[in-house]
Design a protein around this ligand. Sequence first.
Ligand code: R5P
Length: 290
Amino acid sequence: MGNKIIIECSGATHIAKKIARSSKGEYSKLELKRFPDKEMDIRFLKNVKRKKVFLVQSFYGNINEKIVETLFAGYTAKDLGAKKVNLIALHFPYLRKDKRFKPGECISSKEINKIFSFFDKVFIVDPHLHRIKKIRKIIKVGKRISSVSAIANYIKKKNIKNTFFIGPDIESNQWAKGVADLLGEKSAILRKKRHSSRKVRVKFNRKVDLKDKNVIIIDDIISSGGTMLETIKEVKKLKPKKIYCIAIHGIFSENSLKKLKKQAVVVSTNTIPSRVSNIDISMEVAKFLK
Ligand code: R5P
């Protein structure tokens, strides 16, 4: 078992035990109680002294609360004498805003780096990177975990053949092409223009033949579903056999899962638990727990 301990935080109750088992580490829950005024009271239930601590957290739903929980847990582990304090962030927040668009705006990705930089390492499953391409340039102690192999294995296991992979925008090329390459299939991306947080337009920038293909659209995040719904519209014009939508982080806000399921088969990884989070990434994550 070595000297590593995997601590399950509130956003990882669906996966922390699996990660601990796969990495042959000791496992424990983080106790989280509330005072009457809703302040948090957290407690480690096992000894962490001189151990390598890995907090496992996923920042979805009540994100800001989870940030406070994770920071308190990290600082407490240090205070209790842990040898190293690492964070496994299955879905990491506040990375999308990497530029000041209007005077006075907060560049959240820059500020989130400051508050998480006391961790020895922050392992992040497919962080959202846009204008800045390397996670280390945003989160100084950050290290990326890729879900590409887990997605390719899932497609193989489901025996989905005659496939063509699509990324809705330039950034998604790494996943669409990444999975396509592993499976020896073709891929293409669209060009995306975002008009607001809910309104996007996408267009193919070259001719692609999708007729009678099983088209698999892959994106890192599905939030409002706007990007996927627009991509499905464009793909449908090319008469595919069936459409699949795969998200790494299935946030599915605003009833988007229901809307998407009317148009395609929808699956996500289990960085965020949901009815469709069927692609297990615990083995990929466990490889990083050394
Ligand atoms: C943005 O560039 C991301 O890669 C996703 O495409 C985006 O976050 C999806 O959001 P929505 O589902 O709201 O269109």
